[in-house]
Design a protein around this ligand. Sequence first.
Ligand SMILES: [Zn+2]
Length: 275
Amino acid sequence: MTGFPEVATLSEHVSRVLGLNPGLMTGPGTNTYLVGRDAPVLIDTGAGVAGYLPNLLRHLERARLDEPSRILLTHRHVDHMGGVTQLRRVFPETPVAKLIFRDGTLPVPMESLHDGHVTEVDGLHLLAIHTPGHASDHLSFYLREERALFTGDLILEGTTTVIPPDDGDMAAYLESLRRLLDLDLTRIYPAHGRVIESPKEKIEEYIAHRFQREEMILEALRAGGRTIPEIVATVYVSTPSVLHPVAQLSVESHLIKLEQEGRVRRTAEGQFIPA
Ligand SMILES: [Zn+2]
């Protein structure tokens, strides 16, 4: 993706350093955010791409920021947590924190955050909000002084969030989105893509999109689609086929939700039928 800067100052308190891991699922790459000036917090670490670290260090120097006093992770996916090891080599004392939940071995020792935890930095306050759905350990961070939300992979700009059926949960995802509507928000800093300046509209758009997909899946089932690939072929006609394997994951998550709600049944052969 062209035109997406590797480093950008976004507000008085927030700047962004790109993880340099562009791709089908990551858009221009994973965004990492610095919040605060003296002893700033770093939110997410990218995938561990070598070119990221020099960009980060140069930015700290040019913007006259202190080294990060704390690293917060939105969730365990490798494009968010993968840079932890290289950062710890440069900042060996910097504590790393995430919501530790269903985690296997972590690359470095970490502190566990919980819903409602407030990180204070440089007179700023970052409130951790548990927002599962894309991943069970997913946190968003609300920057009170800016009324801004770091949404991780809950809400993205330019690409769509995948809800993997193993660790994700479609019902939880929708509930997480609804929870965000209660926040007083002026902007969203997503983990992929540009700043979102109309947060409420975006959240509502995301919720509407999922319900629309759900309706289309039910429609495909009524039309005789029985397997996940069959449903994807009908529902995702306008999506490039290279994305269909990923779409299958989200469709499966939708089907699990519909099954739990008693609206879809799984046959003994593993096919799906309207209940
Ligand atoms: Zn993710």
